[in-house]
Design a protein around this ligand. Structure first.
Ligand code: HEC
Ligand code: HEC
Ligand code: HEC
Ligand code: HEC
Ligand code: HEC
Length: 450
């Protein structure tokens, strides 16, 4: 990054950010302005909020939002020369208080030449918290004080509260469905989850009996106290702060709490008509329905896909035959172009009719589904990345080189065995699926199914 050695405003080539981007419709180009303290509380860090909001704090701590900076894949991609780093950081660490340098101008209006100045309000501990409480809940009201934005306007809080429920509920859009013109032809993280959900809203209403937004599904409410230690205050419906999503954790220990955090796969699966046709082939109809995700399945990162495998296995476990179906997007990069998209819309059912060549040794058919975030081929590429910023992720360079050891690429979300002789079936439950997913840790890349 360029440092502001010159007085930008006098340099004709230094274009102010607000001239290059529209603050109204392209909010992703702007960090959230420095937040002065909130009266009545010790600080802006999640840990500070957690002194009173313990349950919410613990939920957030295990969420992907809390790890959006020390995500190994994020750091590997951030280090690529064609990443406009300051823009990536605007969604992954969006508060100015989280930034050591503030972007003021773009030299020649070029997003790869940000002109920056030192930030006197930089807080390193807050930076590590990535998408933290203050990202959504704190905004400045003057040069010297900030306020807590809340859904209900409680009068019982030790801090000032401004009631703005819609602001909070629409917050997701800023990062999960950025508005306005995109940036570089290769910008990663350009999603349309809100649009996908809007397109499906009639069906969602028919299926669930009411409209659902991101918060209804990803922050379901439960009866409890807003501030755990304030026993005199009433118990009421409070939104969980877990944001589980795909469930594929960012670190292997993320599997430890996945079920208690409320993980629910979007897909509903049914296997019908498994039969031997003549002597030469085994047929089955695998029905895949997006029953639970209001948006497309998968949504978010364009690299995500579902991999459905149908396998004929011998009694000794040897794979004899295999066919696969991929559900996701296909992109070409440099410049980015979407060339295919067979994702499942909400409510959509796809029936995959498989016909595998039979084999006299075949003992059972296995249907296995992976939810893939990163395929081995792309990981191999990523592991070559140099220049990982270790101020963001201690030991980052080594972690990137050992990506397969530390970072789950995929999760097994379904596995069913069908005995070809007896027709008997065995389907793994959630705990068994998680145990199977953990076995991917450190598996050589060439041995992975995806
Ligand atoms: C407009 C906001 C926004 C910007 C700008 C942005 N991201 Fe993201 N990023 C997100 C969101 C939201 C997610 C979560 C989506 C998901 O998990 O599928 C995400 C997830 C990711 C992931 C994890 C993907 C996965 O499948 O788990 C990586 C890696 C990443 N971003 C890299 C980058 C890089 C590199 C840049 C800059 C070139 C960038 N992001 C810019 C919002 C953004
Ligand atoms: C990504 C945005 C986001 C982040 C990050 C976030 N929250 Fe929230 N928070 C929300 C939303 C949305 C609601 C619910 C709005 C509603 O009730 O409609 C909410 C509700 C709350 C409530 C009010 C509960 C009630 O029902 O009165 C508290 C307290 C709260 N959050 C505290 C926190 C704390 C503490 C953190 C950090 C540990 C945090 N939040 C992080 C978005 C966020
Ligand atoms: C010293 C204790 C304490 C600290 C620290 C604290 N809060 Fe609170 N907060 C409360 C209490 C008490 C309430 C009111 C609870 C009620 O009405 O049931 C509250 C209410 C809230 C609400 C709900 C407001 C509404 O609309 O009703 C939000 C959101 C919130 N706090 C966020 C935060 C965030 C974010 C932080 C950290 C930056 C934080 N709080 C720090 C005690 C605290
Ligand atoms: C400031 C930007 C920002 C805002 C606002 C935001 N998110 Fe996120 N969200 C992210 C990023 C970045 C990630 C991915 C982090 C990573 O993969 O390292 C993410 C991840 C997620 C995931 C997990 C995806 C997965 O499978 O791992 C869910 C679910 C999610 N967000 C839902 C929400 C909801 C619901 C809201 C609104 C209440 C919201 N987010 C608001 C940036 C944001
Ligand atoms: C009707 C419930 C529902 C609604 C509404 C909903 N989601 Fe989801 N979402 C899910 C489920 C279930 C999954 C898990 C999908 C899976 O199996 O991977 C999910 C997954 C995700 C993921 C992880 C990527 C993936 O495909 O797994 C992100 C990111 C996400 N949701 C963001 C959002 C945002 C942002 C909104 C609002 C625009 C939203 N969701 C609205 C149910 C919902």
């Amino acid at each position: 990054m360029l440092l502001a050695a010159c007085n930008g405003s006098q340099n004709k080539n230094h274009i102010p950010l607000a001239e290059r981007f529209d603050p109204e419709t392209q909010s992703y180009a702007f960090a959230i302005p420095n937040l002065p303290p909130v009266p009545g509380i010790p600080g802006l860090r999640a840990r500070d909020c957690g002194q009173c909001h313990q349950t919410i704090y613990q939920e957030w701590r295990l969420s992907t939002h809390a790890t959006a900076l020390r995500d190994i894949q994020f750091q590997a991609e951030l280090a690529k020369p064609d990443s406009p780093k300051w823009i990536c950081l605007n969604c992954h660490i969006p508060l100015q208080n989280q930034r050591q340098h503030i972007v003021t101008y773009l030299a020649d209006g070029d997003i790869f030449q940000p002109v920056t100045t030192e930030n006197a309000h930089f807080d390193e501990a807050l930076q590590r918290e990535a998408v933290t409480c203050a990202t959504c809940h704190v905004r400045a009201v003057s040069d010297s004080s900030s306020v807590i934005i809340g859904p209900n306007g409680s009068q019982a809080a030790p801090h000032p509260v401004q009631q703005k429920r819609e602001f909070l509920r629409e917050m997701c859009q800023r990062c999960h469905n950025p508005q306005g013109e995109g940036l570089t032809p290769n910008l990663i993280c350009w999603f349309e989850t809100t649009r996908e959900l809007a397109d499906a809203q009639d069906l969602v209403k028919a299926e669930f009996g009411e409209q659902r937004d991101c918060v209804d599904c990803h922050m379901p409410a439960a009866q409890r106290r807003v501030a755990d230690t304030f026993l005199e205050l009433p118990v009421r419906a409070v939104n969980a702060h877990s944001w589980v999503g795909s469930g594929i954790p960012k670190w292997y220990d993320g599997y430890d709490h996945l079920l208690e955090r409320g993980y629910q796969a979007g897909l509903q699966v049914e296997i019908r008509d498994v039969q031997l046709v003549g002597d030469d082939s085994v047929h089955a109809a695998i029905s895949l329905k997006n029953s639970f995700a209001g948006h497309d399945l998968p949504t978010g990162d364009p690299e995500r896909f579902l991999l459905v495998l149908a396998i004929l296995e011998a009694a000794d476990g040897k794979r004899l035959q295999q066919d696969s179906l991929k559900i996701g997007q296909e992109w070409l990069w440099s410049p980015a172009r979407k060339i295919g998209d067979n994702r499942l819309n909400f409510g959509e059912t796809r029936v995959w009719r498989v016909a595998l060549p039979n084999d006299a040794r075949a003992n059972k058919m296995i249907v296995m589904i992976y939810n893939v975030r990163l395929k081995a081929e792309n990981a191999r590429h990523m592991m070559q990345t140099q220049g990982v910023n270790e101020a963001f992720l201690p030991d980052g360079q080594k972690l990137v080189q050992e990506l397969g050891e530390h970072y789950p690429f995929a999760m097994v979300i379904y596995r069913e065995e069908i005995d070809l002789q007896s027709g008997q079936r065995r389907r793994l439950n959630s705990k068994e699926l998680i145990a199977l997913s953990r076995l991917e840790k450190g598996k050589p890349l060439e041995e992975r199914d995806y």
